[in-house]
Design a protein around this ligand. Structure first.
Ligand code: AMP
Ligand code: ZN
Length: 116
């Protein structure tokens, strides 16, 4: 996708702090970290959002979760972590390329919407 910032990160055309890369996925540090560990894990292939996951492209999602487990181990998140996918307008997705936030080294709040 020509104008997709995460496609450009995956292609190395925009700088990022990568923590993991293989043929299918890239993981890099979020520019505006919301926790001491805040990494985004993306497929290299452009998938716009979780709404676009199909039987044809879903294998990469399983791989992403394998990578998340590996990265979490390497980053010392043995006490747990949170994985978040924001999808669409109500989900407050701001970058239209599928990505999973890996957040850790912080006790998370639950429920996620205490103001409701
Ligand atoms: P979302 O709101 O779920 O779409 O998350 C998009 C995330 O991408 C936000 O947490 C941003 O801080 C992050 N982000 C946007 N541009 C970049 C970039 N160039 N490098 C790293 N993270 C980015
Ligand atoms: Zn893209």
């Amino acid at each position: 996708m020509a104008d997709c910032i995460f496609c450009k990160i995956a292609a190395g055309e925009i700088p990022s702090t990568k923590v993991y890369e293989d043929g299918q996925v890239v993981a890099f540090k979020d520019l505006e970290p919301q926790a001491p560990v805040h990494v985004l894990v993306i497929p290299k292939a452009h998938i716009a959002s979780a709404k676009e996951i199909t039987p044809e492209n879903s294998a990469v999602v399983a791989h992403i979760f394998e990578v998340i487990a590996k990265i979490a181990d390497e980053l010392g998140l043995e006490n747990g972590f949170r994985v978040i996918n924001n999808c669409g307008e109500d989900g407050m997705q701001s970058v239209q390329h599928l990505h999973f936030h890996l957040l850790g080294q912080k006790k998370m709040g639950w429920p996620p919407f205490p103001q409701d």
